[in-house]
Design a protein around this ligand. Structure first.
Ligand code: PGA
Length: 317
């Protein structure tokens, strides 16, 4: 895959951006405030990510790989990307059926977030404990998850850092799942879309290849409301569809109509085998990013198979 042009290197506009407020798991799910909106559905292939987070032993990872390989996929088209820890990536790549499962890293490094003279191709070196996009590229790891709310809140990653990480990973040809999402306080103060647009803008500011179709096919947006992650409080389908439609419109207005259509928008936050089909029916839900349920092979395969429900609902069988 061709990396973006050198203009990316020039695209270092380090405008200070507010970071997402941290928030702890809420006790209740916020209610839906607005009516369902539809902008224009995407045309990308359904994509389901399994974010294994900081979980796994040699034995449990091997068992999960076996469960996934044994899983019966429905036959409906679906991209499946699982994200083990860095330690378990090799085992996953060696063991998973590569015709059905791809692998992602959960993070990659970029240096000098605020240095306007920074070059995107110098991120290996004295950065103890980090793994760079260059290394992921070298190891043939095709995907990386960036901007997950746990990294934003626990590791202090700002919108600007996430934008630079996405651009740097793209520069090295990686496919990116870029996560956005609001806290409970932000939703309750009606600033959900403002927060999400700010997070998207930070990515758009750094990806200077926005005319390239790769923005659409190789950057997946995962909408993950912070209050729904790991809490069992799944967003309602209407809440999900509303935000996804708004993201797609934002992409059309701020990047291009082609990118808006081609970009896959995943929902993440307490997706499980029981609620995936209801969520998959919505036209702008192009897949899921799954945490807890991705550690159970059978459940995860069922979530992947909700692609068939999605295509049927949107008339793309
Ligand atoms: P969850 O996590 O499915 O456990 O809520 C989702 C995520 O963090 O990607």
């Amino acid at each position: 895959m061709t990396p973006p042009t050198s203009s990316l290197r020039m695209a270092l506009r380090a405008a200070p951006l507010r970071s997402v407020q941290s928030s702890h798991a809420p006790r209740r799910a916020p209610s839906s405030r607005r009516a369902l909106q539809v902008f224009s559905e995407g045309n990308g292939r359904f994509i389901v990510g399994g974010n294994w987070k900081c979980n796994g032993t040699k034995a449990s990872v091997t068992a999960l790989i076996d469960e996934l390989n044994a899983g019966q996929l429905s036959g409906a088209k679906v991209d499946i990307v699982v994200a083990p820890t860095f330690l378990h990536i090799h085992t996953a790549m060696a063991g998973l059926d590569a015709s059905r499962f791809q692998v992602a890293a959960q993070n990659s490094w970029v240096e000098d977030f605020n240095d306007p003279t920074h070059h995107y191709d110098s991120n290996t070196g004295a950065f103890t404990g980090e793994v760079s996009a260059e290394m992921l590229e070298d190891m043939g790891i095709p995907w990386v998850i960036l901007g997950h709310s746990e990294r934003r809140t626990l590791m202090g990653e700002t919108d600007a850092i996430v934008g630079k990480k996405v651009a740097h990973a793209r520069f090295h040809g990686l496919n990116v799942i870029a996560c956005v999402g609001e806290t409970l306080a932000e939703r309750e103060s009606n600033s959900t879309l403002e927060v999400i647009f700010r997070q998207l803008q930070a990515v758009a500011d750094e990806i200077d290849d926005r005319e390239h179709s790769s923005w659409g096919s190789q950057v997946v947006i995962a909408y993950e409301p912070v209050w729904a992650i790991g809490t069992g409080k799944v967003a309602t389908p209407e809440q999900v569809q509303e935000v996804h439609a708004a993201i797609r419109k934002w992409l059309a207005d701020n990047v291009s109509a082609e990118v808006s259509k081609a970009t896959r928008i995943q929902y993440g936050g307490s997706v499980n085998a029981g609620n995936c089909e209801e969520l998959a029916k919505f036209s702008d839900v192009d897949g899921f990013l799954v945490g807890g349920a991705s550690l159970k092979g059978e459940d995860f395969i069922k979530i992947c198979n909700s692609s068939a429900v999605h295509y049927k609902a949107v008339g793309r069988m």
